[in-house]
Design a protein around this ligand. Structure first.
Ligand code: PHB
Length: 398
């Protein structure tokens, strides 16, 4: 590395170019607020990272109304409900009827691809393969950070506001001093085994299944590619799982007197996804603000991860817009408290869905039966169904 360090001056410095960082960068760009995004990975590997796929209608509106692209409308699949399957029986929930809302199935890596394309189209400054090494002066009016690019050239960004959008293992979060902060964590004794398969759809909408063999989720990607998951041990090795073994396991979890049968095909991607519930409080320190997984993570059962990140972006964008147009930083000061209200609602919903649908190995038989009692309570009452439907489709943005 040469000794030269190029100084970059901008208004908002964003560490992390996943969907949260890029969405904020895009909205700031639309409002004429100069910003830079610095991302550790390359475009290709983020495009190929398979994550969840459900977008609340509000998240879809953020993409469409801000002029990202219409692909989410043309290629996303609008779902008006889900199926809760337990005791081998189907219990469809119709969100349109229950709460007059829908969700859209559109994979998170497609959201990333669209946002990255919009930033490139609009001349946004997004730098991939850049490693952030240091955050400085967070408690001053000019926070800074240092990064090196793939050519080993060194840069120092001077900005007004620094954003930590660098995911669940956030470097930014770890730079906040230990005083006056608290982390809240729950770990689960299970993980998800996720597959992508070349097969037709097994069902038109998502099936969340509780079974004596453990949880399974039957999701989709297109007419010819499907996404499915089954609860597994967090230490599970994908190489121990042949296609036959995976299909036997998945089928066992949806078996029932209705003879529901999964449509199988070649499996071309296998991953074990570990998860936890996590919240950092507060979500800001001086001029550093955490958004998305950098500040909080949820288990995937409630499909809230990306939606929650976008809700943070909305709150923070409005605070930044107000700050740059009126010099009033009241909304910036309120960001953490405002965002955390929704974060905790989503934490509750995700924890609830997870514990109701999964069966820990060695589960106390009482607890397993209790979860079935809960599923019965929710599905047999319109109020119960509405409670789930309202949370799943997303509470109104603040
Ligand atoms: C997915 O399609 O990948 C997906 C859908 C819903 C979830 C989690 C993952 O709750």
């Amino acid at each position: 590395m040469s000794n030269e360090r190029t100084i970059i001056k901008t208004k908002v410095g964003i560490v992390g170019g996943g969907p949260a960082g890029l969405m904020l960068s895009h909205m700031l760009g639309q409002a004429g607020i100069e910003n830079i995004v610095v991302e550790a990975r390359d475009h290709q590997s983020i495009s190929n990272t398979h994550r969840a796929g459900i977008l609340e209608a509000q998240a879809v509106s953020m993409l469409v109304d801000s002029g990202v692209d219409g692909r989410v409308l043309s290629e996303g699949d609008v779902h008006s409900g889900i199926d809760l399957r337990f005791n081998g029986e189907s219990h469809p929930l119709d969100f349109t009827d229950l709460v007059d809302a829908t969700v859209t199935l559109y994979a998170q890596n497609e959201v990333f691809i669209d946002l990255a394309a919009a930033r490139a189209r609009d001349g946004g400054d997004v730098r991939y393969l850049c490693e952030v090494t240091e955050l400085m002066d967070l408690e001053t009016d000019t926070p800074k950070f240092r990064f090196t690019n793939a050519e080993d050239e060194a840069f120092e960004v001077h900005c007004d506001i620094l954003i930590g959008a660098d995911g669940s293992r956030s470097f930014c979060r770890r730079q906040i001093p230990d005083t006056n902060r608290q982390d809240f964590t729950v770990t689960y004794p299970f993980a998800w085994f996720g597959i992508l398969t070349e097969a037709p759809k097994s069902a038109p909408e998502l099936i969340y299944a509780n079974s004596p063999h453990g949880f399974a989720l039957i999701s989709q990607r297109s007419e010819t590619v499907q996404r499915m998951y089954f609860q597994c041990h967090p230490g599970e090795n994908v190489h121990d799982w042949s296609e036959d073994r995976i299909w036997t396991e998945l089928q066992a979890r949806v078996d029932g007197p209705d003879n529901f049968t999964l449509k199988t095909g070649k499996i071309f991607d296998k991953t074990v996804l570990k998860f936890r519930s996590f919240v950092r409080e507060p979500l800001s320190h001086g001029r550093l603000f955490l958004i998305g997984d950098a500040g909080h993570t949820v288990p995937p059962t409630g499909a809230k991860g990306l939606n929650l990140a976008f809700a943070d972006v909305k709150v923070l964008f409005e605070a930044l817009d107000s700050y740059y147009s009126t010099s009033n930083d009241a909304l910036l000061h309120a960001y953490s408290d405002t965002a955390l209200k929704r974060v905790w609602k989503a934490q509750n919903f995700s924890y609830w869905m997870t514990s109701m649908l999964h069966t820990p190995v060695d589960a106390d038989p009482f607890m397993a039966k209790r979860a079935l009692g809960e599923l019965e309570t929710v599905t047999s009452s319109r109020y119960g169904q509405q409670y789930l439907a309202e949370s799943y489709t997303g509470w109104p943005h603040a």
